[in-house]
Design a protein around this ligand. Sequence first.
Ligand SMILES: [Zn+2]
Length: 249
Amino acid sequence: MGQEAPDLNQVIHELVAANRILANQGVVDAYGHVSVRHPHDKNLFLLSCSRSPELVEPEDIMTFRMDGSPADGRKDNPYVERFIHCGAYEHDDKVMAVVHSHALAVLPFSISSTPMRTVIHTASHMGEHIPVWDSQDKFGDTGLLVSTIEQGRDLAQALGTSKVALMRGHGFTAAAHSLGEVLKISIYLPQNAQVYLDALRLGGTIKCVTPGEMAIRDSFGPGGRELARAMDYWAMRAGCSHYLHYKKS
Ligand SMILES: [Zn+2]
């Protein structure tokens, strides 16, 4: 027996909660966005119109095709960088949720030859290798935004099988198998960057999370009770528990 597809309204409300949570956690500010793949059609995804995440309401959520065009006939102003999401969903069928952020703490690792490393256990799900996408390599001088489908696809290529790619002088994109997982990665990636920066300032030898430790932590599963506990906490802090626990009436 197949699993019942989630209710669309419930998914929309969870996406609104995700917007509020990322804003409350300081991962996004006026800019940045989060999307989910449409629960009933894998060729579509749900993303707010161009609003700051803290202000997003259920009626702001639009439906987009993989080329970035609105699939719901709405004329609202879309995010210029919606092509980040198009590229990530098109690139990998298993990607179910995507976050794009300009979080300050990760930016040093997007412009330096010192690579981002995973150094704290809460960030272990982002993997061992964090690629850096540089728009300059293929597109030369641009406004540094991902404003075309070609740029979105190139970023997705750089992402490869990783869950996070840094974007030179810009921020990061995370792509994961669930909304909860992408929130967890996006919240702990900047914290990981801050701890690593602090350790680099201390000097001496730095010990990173090992691939074996990452594998053990991954075996706990991304959708476990621990994540549900975190989601409840984040939503309470953001004052949006009612969106997270919306139920079909
Ligand atoms: Zn951006």
